[in-house]
Design a protein around this ligand. Structure first.
Ligand code: ADP
Ligand code: ZN
Length: 754
């Protein structure tokens, strides 16, 4: 029987001479040492998972091996119980990267490792254990072998590499007894390997040969080339307006490193939203590994190993692909580097872009950060010479950027009897674009039907039972939903507060806009794209494909439609409400508004027919809106950077945000004050020799005070020196464990300020 071939090694009682350092997925900041029993010694390696005893109870828990040493520890140690992986899950550079992350984002190394290695790779899902055998080398063919045994041995020697037992048996036409006999006589040995299950063929791809670069693209590629050939850490910021052909530049750069036998890693904001980009990479390189959140564990495991074995030369993926286990990395590319989705909103709260730059540094390779609207952090880095700036200031084929017209909604006449969401000029230009055979995209960054359900008599607003947020009415499902925690409630006929008046639905969401458009344009196909209509995997790609084929005339949606899409036939882009994000209490709200408007405008006029953009706004003078309309990134960042400097915000200062939350409001408030006081004291005691000061802002209630039933208080620490900031955090945080039922979260370089 094949089972007989798996003979568990006998435990030994000798004192260990080898020790493993292990970290766990728990907020513990140091490694634990364990003894390695002799029989497990050949199997233990850094980057593998081990099962070890921990605390009481001897079933053992799983940790990552981060070090192996022969130094005998002073204290008596327990032995490891089991080695769980055949191969290390992490390369040495990845171990160093995750160690850095634990230090920088102030969380446990084990927590980082656990988040970094996808479940699929850990369980080795998608692969199966198979027993192989190979001849033991340099052993003479002994006499007294049965003909079958001889045949099996000869066959094995002929193949010259391990052969799966069942294949060997089939080939030689013998039973398992033969293999067993050869094993017992020491003529062959057993090798256990994991083999991939068959995987499906990659998704359809756009097979395109390289385009002829225009002069500006060629210049950029020329500038990159020495770094690509030489290797070595070198960061580039590629600032290229929408439609300037950045993707072609990435493709060329990747070709250069792949031709040298290296691998390239491409990070994109949200992979399901950028099927087109992925197809372009797959079309050019064939063997592309794609890592994203919609993959099942098995599929992800397969891609992970294709990267690990070097079979896939190019990896495309979202945030967590920054940890792809490449063997010989040659280049990292980050497309749309300004996108906030690169920041992870749960522990470890890392910024994928920054981690990528650190990985490039550790692996000593160049990195290209590309965007039409670079983040202020990256722009600042380019200005101070830390990054090399490359620009593509014009669109390809001398197509102009589309003219943007601002529609001042304060002065728009409101007429009864027709929807007020679309002003006359926007409606007019939609009619015109459609009658000329063009396609229209409309951005409304709010899903649902009515965003405000309230009572006109008493002013009551229907809000979430657990969050300080208004519920959004979804008409199709006839329910009110909290967009934060998904709490649902059936709408009442009459006001649940005063009962006097019928409840009223106000505020426009995409669902309502869709209904209105269908009424206004009965002859056209209208399609909505938001997270409600795009629930099923693949629906996004399908809708985009239909749009590309011209089967959809008007595509409306949330910011989902703003991402790097290239539809030459879009001649009109309309923004229903440009001010939506402007009034959020977040120092980045201007930057985000500018980015969103620039990106969505960038969808217009990408083909020979040209195109234009209409932006409805109540704040036409706001710099983020005014300068997005004139495509003036340079002026916008200049003004915005000045503002950031004045108010001591990033990129001039580093921030750390601390949130204290609890179901008990008073307890949460108290602990936030205790913690903030501890910081104040530590900062005051801080030696004056420290080059930079740390400033504390708060504590205060968070802008959305209650979320999912938790009352939340926050405060911020800021300093021009990240080192000083970290020092203070390290002094205070470990000394203040929160009381029971209070949770503290620390966010270094926060993006979410709510
Ligand atoms: P970006 O990413 O900068 O917005 P893309 O890379 O999507 O721009 O390029 C926009 C369009 O221009 C794409 O359809 C692409 O195929 C095309 N394109 C890019 N470079 C060239 C070139 N050198 N010649 C012709 N077409 C090009
Ligand atoms: Zn809620």
């Amino acid at each position: 029987m094949q089972q007989d071939l798996f003979v568990a090694p006998q435990p030994t009682t000798e004192a260990p001479t080898l020790f493993a350092e292990v970290v766990f997925d728990r907020p513990l900041d140091h490694a634990f040492t364990y003894g390695v029993p002799t029989d497990l010694a050949p199997l233990v390696a850094v980057g593998k998972r081990l099962k070890v005893p921990f605390g009481r109870g001897d079933r053992g828990i799983v940790g990552f091996c981060v070090g192996v040493t022969t130094t005998v520890p002073e204290r008596k140690v327990k032995p490891i119980l089991e080695v769980l992986d055949d191969d290390a899950l992490l390369t040495d550079p990845l171990l160093r990267l995750t160690r850095w992350m634990a230090d920088y984002y102030l969380c446990a190394w084990g927590q980082v490792l656990n988040a970094v290695v996808p479940a699929g790779a850990r369980q080795q899902a998608g692969s199966i254990r198979r027993v192989f055998v190979e001849p033991v080398p340099d052993i003479e063919m002994p006499p007294k072998l049965s003909p079958r045994q001889t045949a099996a041995l000869v066959a094995l020697r002929e193949v010259g590499k391990p052969v799966e037992v069942r294949l060997l048996l089939r080939k030689v036409g013998c039973g398992a007894g033969i293999v067993k006999a050869l094993l017992e006589r020491g003529l062959i040995r057993r090798v256990v390997r994991r083999v991939d299950r068959e995987t499906q063929a990659p998704d359809d791809c756009e097979i395109t040969g390289p385009l002829t670069l225009n002069d500006e693209q060629a210049h950029v590629v020329e500038t990159l080339r020495p770094a690509l050939h030489r290797g070595g850490f070198k960061p580039f910021l590629l600032y290229g307006v929408t439609g300037s052909g950045k993707t072609e530049v990435y493709l060329r750069a990747i070709e250069e490193v792949v031709a040298r036998g290296k691998q390239a890693l491409v990070l994109v904001p949200e992979i399901s939203l950028t099927p087109q980009t992925v197809r372009r990479f797959a079309g050019r390189f064939g063997d592309v590994a794609v890592l994203h959140s919609h993959l099942g564990d098995a599929e992800r495991g397969v891609h992970w190993r294709r990267v690990q074995t070097g079979q896939a030369r190019v990896v495309v993926g979202a945030r967590s692909a920054v940890f792809a286990p490449t063997r010989e990395l040659g280049l990292i590319v980050i497309d749309e580097e300004h996108e906030t989705s690169f920041k992870q909103d749960s522990t470890p709260r890392y910024q994928g872009r920054d981690v990528a730059v650190m990985r490039a540094r550790i692996e000593d390779v160049p990195i290209v950060l590309g965007s039409a609207t670079p983040s202020l952090e990256s722009w600042h880095n380019a200005q101070r010479g830390a990054y090399t700036l490359l620009s593509l200031p014009r669109r390809v084929a001398s197509r102009p950027l589309p003219p943007v017209r601002l529609l001042d909604m304060r002065h728009m006449p409101v007429r009864r009897g027709r929807p007020s969401a679309l002003s006359d000029p926007l409606l007019e230009s939609m009619r015109k674009a459609l009658s000329q055979g063009g396609q229209v995209m409309l951005l409304l960054n709010r899903r649902g039907f009515a965003t405000h359900v309230h009572c006109p008599a008493c002013g009551h607003v229907e809000s979430c039972r657990f969050c300080d947020l208004a519920l959004t009415y979804h008409k199709q499902r006839d329910t009110m939903v909290c967009h934060y925690c998904s709490f649902e409630q059936e709408p009442a006929q009459n006001c649940p507060a005063c009962g006097r008046s019928a409840i009223r639905y106000q505020g426009l969401g995409t669902e309502k806009l869709e209904a209105e458009l269908q009424e206004l344009f009965p002859a056209q196909v209208v399609r909505r794209m938001d997270s409600d209509t795009m629930r099923k995997p693949g629906s996004h790609a399908r809708t985009l494909a239909a749009f590309r084929r011209g089967e959809i005339h008007i595509l409306l949606g949330t910011q989902m439609i703003a991402k790097g899409l290239d539809f030459p036939n879009v001649t009109l882009v309309g923004v229903i409400n440009a001010d939506m994000g402007l009034h959020i209490p977040d120092f980045r709200s201007g930057e985000r508004t500018f980015q969103l408007l620039s990106q969505v405008s960038g969808r217009a006029g990408r083909g020979p027919r040209g195109g234009c953009v209409y932006v409805q706004t109540f704040n036409p003078e706001h710099p983020a809106i005014r300068l997005a309309a004139t495509h003036d990134y340079a002026l916008f960042v200049a003004e915005e950077l000045e503002h950031r400097r004045e108010h001591a915000y990033p990129p001039y200062q580093r921030l750390a945000r601390i949130i204290v939350r609890g179901m008990d409001e008073e307890a949460a408030r108290q602990f936030s004050e205790t913690l903030a006081n501890a910081f104040t004291e530590t900062i005051a005691r801080f030696p004056l020799t420290e080059p930079a000061a740390v400033r504390l802002l708060g504590p205060a209630e968070t802008p959305v005070f209650r979320l999912q039933g938790y009352y939340r208080f926050h405060f911020q620490l800021q300093s021009p020196s990240p080192a000083t900031l970290h020092k203070v955090l390290r002094l205070v945080m470990p000394m203040h464990t929160p009381p029971k039922d209070i949770e503290v979260s620390l966010d270094v370089d926060p993006f979410n300020m709510m």
